[in-house]
Design a protein around this ligand. Structure first.
Ligand code: ATP
Length: 363
Protein backbone atom coordinates (compact mmCIF):
# COMPACT_ATOMS: atom_id res chain seq x y z
CA UNK A 1 0.00 0.00 0.00
CA UNK A 2 1.07 3.58 -0.47
CA UNK A 3 0.15 7.21 -0.16
CA UNK A 4 -0.33 9.54 -3.11
CA UNK A 5 1.61 12.73 -3.67
CA UNK A 6 0.49 15.21 -6.29
CA UNK A 7 2.86 18.05 -7.06
CA UNK A 8 1.96 21.17 -9.04
CA UNK A 9 -0.38 19.27 -11.35
CA UNK A 10 -1.74 21.11 -14.39
CA UNK A 11 -4.15 19.84 -17.01
CA UNK A 12 -5.58 21.62 -20.03
CA UNK A 13 -7.85 20.42 -22.79
CA UNK A 14 -6.78 22.61 -25.71
CA UNK A 15 -6.99 26.17 -24.44
CA UNK A 16 -9.24 25.22 -21.50
CA UNK A 17 -7.28 24.96 -18.28
CA UNK A 18 -9.05 22.45 -16.05
CA UNK A 19 -6.53 21.83 -13.23
CA UNK A 20 -4.23 24.58 -11.97
CA UNK A 21 -1.27 23.78 -9.73
CA UNK A 22 -2.80 21.01 -7.60
CA UNK A 23 -0.68 19.99 -4.59
CA UNK A 24 -1.95 17.12 -2.43
CA UNK A 25 -0.37 14.75 0.04
CA UNK A 26 -2.65 11.78 0.66
CA UNK A 27 -1.42 9.43 3.36
CA UNK A 28 -1.12 5.67 3.16
CA UNK A 29 -4.44 4.07 4.08
CA UNK A 30 -6.46 7.27 3.98
CA UNK A 31 -9.96 7.58 2.54
CA UNK A 32 -10.01 10.91 0.73
CA UNK A 33 -12.89 12.40 -1.27
CA UNK A 34 -12.75 14.93 -4.08
CA UNK A 35 -15.80 17.13 -3.64
CA UNK A 36 -16.95 20.14 -5.64
CA UNK A 37 -19.55 21.47 -8.04
CA UNK A 38 -20.07 20.04 -11.49
CA UNK A 39 -17.19 20.82 -13.84
CA UNK A 40 -14.65 21.75 -11.11
CA UNK A 41 -12.23 19.04 -12.26
CA UNK A 42 -12.84 16.09 -9.88
CA UNK A 43 -12.96 13.39 -12.54
CA UNK A 44 -10.09 14.90 -14.50
CA UNK A 45 -7.92 14.85 -11.37
CA UNK A 46 -8.86 11.23 -10.65
CA UNK A 47 -8.21 10.19 -14.27
CA UNK A 48 -4.85 11.97 -14.15
CA UNK A 49 -3.88 9.87 -11.13
CA UNK A 50 -5.03 6.72 -12.95
CA UNK A 51 -3.00 7.67 -16.03
CA UNK A 52 -6.10 7.93 -18.22
CA UNK A 53 -5.26 11.59 -18.94
CA UNK A 54 -1.86 12.94 -19.96
CA UNK A 55 -1.10 15.79 -17.58
CA UNK A 56 0.11 19.16 -18.89
CA UNK A 57 2.54 19.71 -16.00
CA UNK A 58 3.55 18.47 -12.56
CA UNK A 59 3.90 14.95 -11.20
CA UNK A 60 2.02 12.12 -9.50
CA UNK A 61 3.76 9.88 -6.96
CA UNK A 62 2.53 6.58 -5.55
CA UNK A 63 4.61 5.91 -2.46
CA UNK A 64 8.21 6.54 -3.50
CA UNK A 65 7.52 6.03 -7.22
CA UNK A 66 7.02 8.82 -9.73
CA UNK A 67 4.24 7.31 -11.89
CA UNK A 68 3.51 10.38 -14.02
CA UNK A 69 4.74 8.78 -17.24
CA UNK A 70 3.68 5.19 -16.51
CA UNK A 71 0.96 3.47 -18.56
CA UNK A 72 -2.29 3.00 -16.57
CA UNK A 73 -1.87 -0.79 -16.40
CA UNK A 74 1.57 -0.42 -14.80
CA UNK A 75 0.45 1.89 -12.00
CA UNK A 76 -0.88 -0.68 -9.54
CA UNK A 77 -4.11 1.29 -9.29
CA UNK A 78 -7.68 -0.04 -9.62
CA UNK A 79 -10.50 2.23 -10.67
CA UNK A 80 -14.23 1.71 -10.12
CA UNK A 81 -16.51 3.72 -12.39
CA UNK A 82 -20.01 5.01 -11.93
CA UNK A 83 -21.39 2.82 -14.75
CA UNK A 84 -19.93 -0.50 -13.44
CA UNK A 85 -18.66 -1.52 -16.93
CA UNK A 86 -19.18 -5.25 -16.31
CA UNK A 87 -18.83 -7.70 -19.22
CA UNK A 88 -22.48 -8.64 -19.95
CA UNK A 89 -21.74 -12.05 -21.53
CA UNK A 90 -19.58 -13.29 -18.62
CA UNK A 91 -20.84 -14.54 -15.29
CA UNK A 92 -19.75 -12.87 -12.05
CA UNK A 93 -16.87 -15.30 -11.50
CA UNK A 94 -15.50 -14.56 -14.98
CA UNK A 95 -16.00 -10.82 -14.51
CA UNK A 96 -13.91 -11.01 -11.37
CA UNK A 97 -11.23 -13.31 -12.73
CA UNK A 98 -10.87 -12.08 -16.31
CA UNK A 99 -8.22 -9.43 -15.69
CA UNK A 100 -6.17 -11.85 -13.57
CA UNK A 101 -6.24 -14.55 -16.28
CA UNK A 102 -5.09 -11.99 -18.83
CA UNK A 103 -2.14 -11.17 -16.60
CA UNK A 104 -1.18 -14.83 -16.31
CA UNK A 105 -2.00 -15.25 -12.63
CA UNK A 106 -2.05 -19.02 -11.82
CA UNK A 107 -5.51 -20.62 -11.65
CA UNK A 108 -5.25 -21.66 -8.01
CA UNK A 109 -4.38 -18.13 -6.99
CA UNK A 110 -7.22 -16.69 -9.10
CA UNK A 111 -9.67 -19.03 -7.38
CA UNK A 112 -8.42 -17.92 -3.98
CA UNK A 113 -8.54 -14.20 -4.77
CA UNK A 114 -12.03 -14.37 -6.32
CA UNK A 115 -13.44 -16.37 -3.40
CA UNK A 116 -11.89 -13.96 -0.89
CA UNK A 117 -13.27 -10.87 -2.67
CA UNK A 118 -16.68 -12.55 -3.02
CA UNK A 119 -16.71 -13.33 0.69
CA UNK A 120 -15.77 -9.77 1.65
CA UNK A 121 -18.50 -8.36 -0.58
CA UNK A 122 -21.04 -11.08 0.26
CA UNK A 123 -21.60 -12.13 -3.34
CA UNK A 124 -20.35 -15.74 -3.02
CA UNK A 125 -23.75 -17.12 -4.01
CA UNK A 126 -23.96 -14.92 -7.12
CA UNK A 127 -20.79 -16.09 -8.87
CA UNK A 128 -22.63 -18.04 -11.57
CA UNK A 129 -25.02 -15.24 -12.50
CA UNK A 130 -24.69 -12.85 -15.41
CA UNK A 131 -24.76 -9.08 -14.75
CA UNK A 132 -28.31 -8.70 -16.04
CA UNK A 133 -29.51 -11.15 -13.38
CA UNK A 134 -28.21 -8.86 -10.62
CA UNK A 135 -29.65 -5.82 -8.83
CA UNK A 136 -27.92 -2.45 -9.13
CA UNK A 137 -26.30 -2.83 -5.72
CA UNK A 138 -25.06 -6.35 -6.52
CA UNK A 139 -23.61 -5.14 -9.83
CA UNK A 140 -21.81 -2.36 -8.04
CA UNK A 141 -20.35 -4.88 -5.60
CA UNK A 142 -19.06 -6.96 -8.51
CA UNK A 143 -17.44 -3.83 -9.96
CA UNK A 144 -15.74 -3.19 -6.62
CA UNK A 145 -14.81 -6.88 -6.47
CA UNK A 146 -12.94 -6.56 -9.75
CA UNK A 147 -10.83 -3.88 -8.13
CA UNK A 148 -10.27 -5.92 -4.93
CA UNK A 149 -9.02 -9.08 -6.70
CA UNK A 150 -6.20 -7.06 -8.23
CA UNK A 151 -4.95 -6.18 -4.74
CA UNK A 152 -3.92 -2.71 -5.91
CA UNK A 153 -1.90 -0.13 -3.99
CA UNK A 154 -4.62 2.43 -4.57
CA UNK A 155 -8.37 2.40 -5.22
CA UNK A 156 -9.95 5.19 -7.27
CA UNK A 157 -13.74 5.38 -7.15
CA UNK A 158 -15.61 7.73 -9.47
CA UNK A 159 -19.13 8.34 -8.11
CA UNK A 160 -19.62 4.59 -7.66
CA UNK A 161 -22.99 4.94 -5.94
CA UNK A 162 -24.62 7.56 -8.14
CA UNK A 163 -26.70 5.07 -10.16
CA UNK A 164 -28.27 3.55 -7.06
CA UNK A 165 -31.51 4.63 -5.42
CA UNK A 166 -31.36 6.64 -2.19
CA UNK A 167 -31.86 3.72 0.24
CA UNK A 168 -29.27 1.52 -1.46
CA UNK A 169 -26.79 4.39 -1.54
CA UNK A 170 -26.95 4.64 2.23
CA UNK A 171 -26.39 0.91 2.78
CA UNK A 172 -23.61 0.77 0.16
CA UNK A 173 -22.01 3.76 1.89
CA UNK A 174 -21.83 1.78 5.11
CA UNK A 175 -20.43 -1.21 3.18
CA UNK A 176 -17.76 0.97 1.58
CA UNK A 177 -16.72 2.28 4.97
CA UNK A 178 -16.44 -1.30 6.26
CA UNK A 179 -14.53 -2.36 3.17
CA UNK A 180 -12.03 0.44 3.65
CA UNK A 181 -11.53 -0.51 7.29
CA UNK A 182 -11.07 -4.15 6.37
CA UNK A 183 -8.66 -3.64 3.47
CA UNK A 184 -6.80 -0.70 5.02
CA UNK A 185 -6.04 0.48 1.48
CA UNK A 186 -5.68 4.05 0.27
CA UNK A 187 -8.92 5.09 -1.43
CA UNK A 188 -9.81 8.21 -3.38
CA UNK A 189 -13.47 8.84 -3.97
CA UNK A 190 -15.06 11.34 -6.34
CA UNK A 191 -18.51 12.60 -5.43
CA UNK A 192 -20.68 15.67 -5.54
CA UNK A 193 -22.65 14.33 -2.57
CA UNK A 194 -21.51 16.18 0.54
CA UNK A 195 -22.97 13.66 2.96
CA UNK A 196 -21.10 10.82 1.26
CA UNK A 197 -17.84 12.76 1.30
CA UNK A 198 -18.23 13.94 4.90
CA UNK A 199 -19.24 10.55 6.34
CA UNK A 200 -16.77 8.32 4.48
CA UNK A 201 -13.60 10.38 4.39
CA UNK A 202 -10.76 10.97 6.78
CA UNK A 203 -10.12 14.13 4.74
CA UNK A 204 -11.91 15.91 1.91
CA UNK A 205 -10.44 17.90 -0.97
CA UNK A 206 -12.83 20.71 -1.92
CA UNK A 207 -12.17 21.73 -5.51
CA UNK A 208 -13.30 24.95 -7.11
CA UNK A 209 -12.57 25.73 -10.75
CA UNK A 210 -9.56 23.45 -10.89
CA UNK A 211 -7.86 24.60 -7.69
CA UNK A 212 -7.90 23.16 -4.18
CA UNK A 213 -10.13 25.46 -2.13
CA UNK A 214 -9.37 23.50 1.06
CA UNK A 215 -8.06 20.06 2.06
CA UNK A 216 -9.12 19.11 5.55
CA UNK A 217 -11.09 16.81 7.81
CA UNK A 218 -14.88 17.01 7.49
CA UNK A 219 -15.11 18.93 10.77
CA UNK A 220 -12.39 21.40 9.75
CA UNK A 221 -14.31 22.16 6.57
CA UNK A 222 -17.51 22.67 8.52
CA UNK A 223 -16.22 24.59 11.53
CA UNK A 224 -13.20 26.37 10.04
CA UNK A 225 -13.76 27.02 6.33
CA UNK A 226 -10.74 28.89 4.98
CA UNK A 227 -12.63 30.91 2.40
CA UNK A 228 -16.06 32.01 1.25
CA UNK A 229 -16.27 29.24 -1.34
CA UNK A 230 -15.88 26.42 1.19
CA UNK A 231 -18.11 28.21 3.72
CA UNK A 232 -20.90 28.48 1.15
CA UNK A 233 -20.41 25.02 -0.30
CA UNK A 234 -20.23 22.87 2.85
CA UNK A 235 -23.34 22.55 4.99
CA UNK A 236 -27.04 22.31 4.30
CA UNK A 237 -28.96 24.56 4.45
CA UNK A 238 -26.23 26.94 3.38
CA UNK A 239 -24.40 29.37 5.65
CA UNK A 240 -26.02 32.83 5.75
CA UNK A 241 -23.74 35.58 4.45
CA UNK A 242 -24.03 39.32 5.09
CA UNK A 243 -21.92 42.32 4.12
CA UNK A 244 -20.50 44.20 7.12
CA UNK A 245 -18.00 46.89 8.06
CA UNK A 246 -15.03 45.72 10.09
CA UNK A 247 -13.13 47.91 12.56
CA UNK A 248 -10.10 46.62 14.44
CA UNK A 249 -10.54 47.12 18.19
CA UNK A 250 -7.09 45.66 18.82
CA UNK A 251 -5.02 43.03 17.03
CA UNK A 252 -7.13 40.21 18.51
CA UNK A 253 -10.64 41.55 17.98
CA UNK A 254 -12.75 43.20 15.32
CA UNK A 255 -16.11 44.96 15.71
CA UNK A 256 -18.59 44.16 12.95
CA UNK A 257 -21.29 46.69 12.17
CA UNK A 258 -23.71 47.55 9.43
CA UNK A 259 -26.25 50.26 8.83
CA UNK A 260 -29.16 47.98 9.60
CA UNK A 261 -27.65 46.26 12.57
CA UNK A 262 -28.37 47.19 16.19
CA UNK A 263 -25.14 47.22 18.15
CA UNK A 264 -22.13 45.36 16.85
CA UNK A 265 -20.70 41.83 16.79
CA UNK A 266 -17.43 41.55 18.74
CA UNK A 267 -15.48 39.07 16.60
CA UNK A 268 -12.52 37.47 18.47
CA UNK A 269 -9.49 36.28 16.53
CA UNK A 270 -7.44 33.23 17.46
CA UNK A 271 -4.25 34.79 16.04
CA UNK A 272 -3.25 38.44 15.77
CA UNK A 273 -4.06 40.31 12.57
CA UNK A 274 -1.97 43.34 11.61
CA UNK A 275 -4.32 45.02 9.18
CA UNK A 276 -8.06 45.07 8.60
CA UNK A 277 -8.78 46.53 5.15
CA UNK A 278 -11.20 49.43 5.06
CA UNK A 279 -13.61 47.70 2.68
CA UNK A 280 -16.78 45.67 3.09
CA UNK A 281 -16.23 42.27 4.69
CA UNK A 282 -18.56 39.27 4.76
CA UNK A 283 -19.81 37.67 7.94
CA UNK A 284 -21.13 34.13 7.73
CA UNK A 285 -23.32 32.33 10.24
CA UNK A 286 -24.87 28.90 9.90
CA UNK A 287 -28.68 28.69 10.06
CA UNK A 288 -28.55 26.53 13.20
CA UNK A 289 -26.51 29.22 15.03
CA UNK A 290 -28.85 32.17 14.44
CA UNK A 291 -30.94 32.80 17.58
CA UNK A 292 -34.54 34.02 17.71
CA UNK A 293 -34.60 36.55 20.58
CA UNK A 294 -36.52 39.52 22.04
CA UNK A 295 -36.20 42.77 20.08
CA UNK A 296 -33.95 44.40 22.70
CA UNK A 297 -31.27 41.70 22.29
CA UNK A 298 -31.46 41.46 18.49
CA UNK A 299 -28.96 42.47 15.82
CA UNK A 300 -31.55 42.48 13.04
CA UNK A 301 -35.28 41.96 12.50
CA UNK A 302 -37.42 40.69 9.68
CA UNK A 303 -40.58 38.88 8.66
CA UNK A 304 -41.07 35.14 8.31
CA UNK A 305 -41.70 34.15 4.70
CA UNK A 306 -41.93 30.41 5.09
CA UNK A 307 -41.60 27.76 7.80
CA UNK A 308 -40.60 24.23 6.82
CA UNK A 309 -41.29 21.81 9.65
CA UNK A 310 -39.20 18.66 9.30
CA UNK A 311 -40.02 17.11 12.67
CA UNK A 312 -36.64 17.20 14.39
CA UNK A 313 -36.06 20.74 13.18
CA UNK A 314 -37.81 23.66 11.52
CA UNK A 315 -36.29 25.77 8.77
CA UNK A 316 -37.50 29.34 9.06
CA UNK A 317 -36.99 31.58 6.02
CA UNK A 318 -36.82 35.22 7.05
CA UNK A 319 -36.84 38.37 4.88
CA UNK A 320 -34.73 40.89 6.78
CA UNK A 321 -35.70 44.58 6.79
CA UNK A 322 -32.66 45.08 4.55
CA UNK A 323 -34.41 42.97 1.90
CA UNK A 324 -31.98 40.11 2.27
CA UNK A 325 -33.21 36.54 2.78
CA UNK A 326 -31.83 34.47 5.65
CA UNK A 327 -32.45 30.95 6.97
CA UNK A 328 -32.78 30.00 10.63
CA UNK A 329 -32.89 26.39 11.77
CA UNK A 330 -34.57 25.77 15.12
CA UNK A 331 -34.78 22.48 16.97
CA UNK A 332 -38.15 20.76 17.10
CA UNK A 333 -41.32 22.50 16.00
CA UNK A 334 -40.73 26.12 16.93
CA UNK A 335 -44.02 28.07 17.38
CA UNK A 336 -43.10 30.63 14.73
CA UNK A 337 -45.43 31.15 11.77
CA UNK A 338 -45.56 32.73 8.35
CA UNK A 339 -45.72 36.56 8.42
CA UNK A 340 -44.57 36.70 12.07
CA UNK A 341 -42.16 39.47 12.99
CA UNK A 342 -38.90 37.94 14.31
CA UNK A 343 -35.75 39.32 15.90
CA UNK A 344 -32.41 37.67 15.26
CA UNK A 345 -29.14 37.50 17.13
CA UNK A 346 -25.82 36.42 15.61
CA UNK A 347 -23.66 35.07 18.48
CA UNK A 348 -20.08 36.22 17.89
CA UNK A 349 -18.58 32.82 18.73
CA UNK A 350 -20.48 31.25 15.81
CA UNK A 351 -19.63 33.93 13.24
CA UNK A 352 -17.10 33.46 10.43
CA UNK A 353 -15.44 36.56 9.04
CA UNK A 354 -14.06 36.88 5.51
CA UNK A 355 -11.94 39.73 4.19
CA UNK A 356 -12.77 41.49 0.89
CA UNK A 357 -10.79 38.77 -0.95
CA UNK A 358 -13.00 36.11 0.62
CA UNK A 359 -10.32 34.65 2.92
CA UNK A 360 -11.28 33.69 6.47
CA UNK A 361 -9.85 35.43 9.52
CA UNK A 362 -8.49 32.95 12.10
CA UNK A 363 -11.09 32.12 14.72
P1 ATP B 1 -19.01 16.44 -12.73
O1 ATP B 1 -19.31 16.51 -11.26
O2 ATP B 1 -20.04 17.13 -13.55
O3 ATP B 1 -18.68 15.05 -13.21
P2 ATP B 1 -16.17 17.15 -12.58
O4 ATP B 1 -15.84 18.02 -11.43
O5 ATP B 1 -15.82 15.71 -12.47
O6 ATP B 1 -17.69 17.36 -12.98
P3 ATP B 1 -14.55 17.11 -14.95
O7 ATP B 1 -15.29 16.01 -15.61
O8 ATP B 1 -13.22 16.83 -14.39
O9 ATP B 1 -15.45 17.80 -13.83
O10 ATP B 1 -14.43 18.31 -16.00
C1 ATP B 1 -13.76 19.52 -15.69
C2 ATP B 1 -13.83 20.45 -16.88
O11 ATP B 1 -13.06 19.90 -17.96
C3 ATP B 1 -15.22 20.67 -17.43
O12 ATP B 1 -15.35 22.03 -17.76
C4 ATP B 1 -15.27 19.78 -18.66
O13 ATP B 1 -16.12 20.33 -19.62
C5 ATP B 1 -13.82 19.81 -19.12
N1 ATP B 1 -13.44 18.54 -19.80
C6 ATP B 1 -13.42 17.31 -19.25
N2 ATP B 1 -13.00 16.38 -20.15
C7 ATP B 1 -12.75 17.05 -21.29
C8 ATP B 1 -12.28 16.67 -22.60
N3 ATP B 1 -11.98 15.40 -22.86
N4 ATP B 1 -12.15 17.64 -23.52
C9 ATP B 1 -12.44 18.92 -23.24
N5 ATP B 1 -12.87 19.36 -22.03
C10 ATP B 1 -13.03 18.44 -21.07
Amino acid sequence: MAGVNIKQLYKSFGITQVLTGIDLDIRDGEFVSFLGPSGCGKTTLLRSIAGLEDVSGGSVWLGERNITQLAPAKRDIAMVFQNYALYPHMNVYKNLSFGLSLNGVPKVEIEERVQTAARILQISDLLKRRPKQLSGGQRQRVAIGRAIVRDPKLFLLDEPLSNLDAGLRVSMRVELANLHRRLGATMIYVTHDQVEAMTLSSRVVVLSKGVVAQFGTPLELFYAPQNLFVAGFIGSPKMNMMKVNAHAINEMSIALTSENMSGSIPFQLSAPVQQVPDQLHTVGIRPENVELVEEAEAHMSGNVELVERLGTESQVHVRLDTGQGLTVVTRGTHPVNMDDRVHLKFPAEHCHLFNPEGEAYPR
